[in-house]
Write a protein that binds this ligand. Structure first.
Ligand SMILES: Cc1cc2nc3c(=O)[nH]c(=O)nc-3n(C[C@H](O)[C@H](O)[C@H](O)COP(=O)(O)OP(=O)(O)OC[C@H]3O[C@@H](n4cnc5c(N)ncnc54)[C@H](O)[C@@H]3O)c2cc1C
Length: 419
């Protein structure tokens, strides 16, 4: 049996941050990822850019090193609002691999834990398999960074059961866009810089804009969506949410943070699959919409559809501390803070006018919200942390997920020193 100090299940941004810091701190580290690439949502679900978080955030060593490495490999730009988190989701896969390999971290792709052994509240070993080969692995510590808590489910951990969820999205990229023309058009129709921004960065046009059917703002793109609905190019549900961003090192291309998948029956695999199929149909309609109604899109085409459905919220594991929305609203102080963030409570809803983007002051998260209640050597990081539904809606953003991974690695390193 191979033995490690730390085994991390899941190579999304929280798992990679954890593996990077853990191996940098000289812990023998293994990362196991069920796909054949790292990044999770940020690469597989095309979730770019990283949303800007507080400038006073903690545990940012991984994020800073990521920006530096990605910049060297032409996979990063700094946007006009000084957000350094504009990455290229394709090149980022190899950036993340390089960062882990440079630290001598072991990586296993296309495998998952399928069995485990434990004694009282300690997980002693796991069996992993890729469907053909299986292998036993022992470790002092385990980290569930699976984004769906599948490792904690295998271990029969307790879960939050507060009955709420957010819609999934199937993101896509269009290329062949004339960004000069599109940027000129956006500037001519929208002066609201909270919605639409365009910059010239390193001699390339970069921009972002959005539209929703919610009535909380006057949306400059609304007449175009209304007309496309009347013309039968778009369906009613396509007006729910539309957001786009240009991409680092991908000229003439735009990543779309839509369409949202319709609500589906969480207990039906067929209904879920039908919702994904309908998502791809919606992408075809949105592409037609852009080509017909938005200047600059005449020769554009769909160049990529995310290989993974983007799931904002899946399952949350019960941890030593039950982090709740009042901890954010009351700005509760904690001794072992993992992060400082001011990212809003961001709840997407498929119902008109029911999405929430509630601005908040800076808040903290204690390490105890990342340590399982059921096992003493199990950490739970990223979007499956030990938090209620509303606070997860603020904490799920990528900068916070990176801080969680880093903080877990540092906490484990301290525990290893004590042992
Ligand atoms: C549609 C959408 C839009 C978003 N928009 C933004 C945004 O604009 N900016 C922002 O900062 N954040 C955004 N977020 C939030 C953010 O992207 C995610 O919350 C964050 O990236 C989650 O990271 P993670 O590491 O927790 O999980 P994930 O990225 O889901 O990674 C989990 C990894 O574990 C792997 N895995 C799963 N099961 C197993 C298993 N059993 N064994 C081994 N590996 C396994 C998966 O393949 C995956 O690679 C968005 C999220 C979504 C879904």
């Amino acid at each position: 049996m191979q033995n490690y100090d730390v085994v991390i299940l899941g190579g999304g941004i929280s798992g990679v941050a954890c593996a990077y810091i853990s191996s940098k701190l000289q812990l023998k580290t293994l990362l196991i990822e069920k796909e054949n690439y790292l990044g999770g949502d940020i690469t597989g679900s095309l979730v770019v850019p990283v949303m800007k978080s507080s400038e006073e955030d903690l545990n940012c060593e991984f994020y800073n090193d990521l920006v530096a490495t990605a910049s060297k490999l032409h996979a990063q730009i700094t946007y006009g609002d000084n957000n350094v988190g504009w990455f290229n989701p394709v090149i980022l896969k190899s950036v993340l691999e390089k960062m882990l390999k440079d630290n001598l971290c072991d990586i296993i792709f296309e495998a998952q834990a399928c069995n485990y052994d434990y004694d009282k509240k300690i997980v002693s070993s796991i069996e992993i398999s890729n469907g053909i080969l299986s292998q036993s692995i022992g470790s002092k510590y385990y980290v569930d960074a699976t984004g769906n808590a599948s490792f904690s489910k295998l271990l029969k951990c307790e879960f939050w059961n507060d009955g709420e969820s957010q819609p999934d999205s199937l993101r896509f990229i269009m290329s062949g866009i004339n960004l000069e023309e599109f940027s000129k058009f956006l500037k001519s129709i929208d002066s609201d810089e909270n919605v639409t921004t365009t910059y010239r960065i390193d001699n390339n046009i970069h921009l972002s804009t959005a539209y929703t059917w919610d009535k909380n703002k006057k949306w400059a793109l609304e007449p175009y969506f209304k007309r496309a609905l009347e013309d039968g190019v778009l369906a009613k549900e396509d007006l729910a949410y539309f957001q786009l961003f240009t991409i680092a090192a991908m000229p003439n291309s735009i990543a779309f943070n839509c369409p949202r998948l319709r609500n589906y029956d969480k207990n039906s695999l067929i209904d879920y699959s039908n919702a994904v199929i309908e998502g791809r149909e919606a992408i075809n309609r949105l592409s037609e919409f852009c080509k017909i109604y938005l200047p600059g899109f005449k020769n554009a085409f769909i160049s990529s559809i995310a290989s993974k459905v983007g799931k904002r919220e899946t399952a949350r594991v019960r941890c030593r501390y039950d982090y709740k929305i009042n901890d954010i609203l009351e700005q509760k102080d904690f001794q072992n803070s993992v992060l400082h963030s001011n990212y809003p409570i961001d709840v997407h809803s498929n119902k008109k006018n029911e999405s929430i983007l509630h601005k908040v002051c800076s808040y903290k998260l204690p390490i105890e919200a990342l340590i399982s209640k059921d096992y003493d050597n199990l950490y739970v990081i990223g979007k499956i942390l030990g938090a209620d539904f509303k606070s997860q809606a603020a904490l799920r953003v990528q900068a916070s997920c990176m801080s969680m991974g880093e903080a877990a690695a540092k906490h484990i390193a301290n525990q290893c020193k004590i042992l």
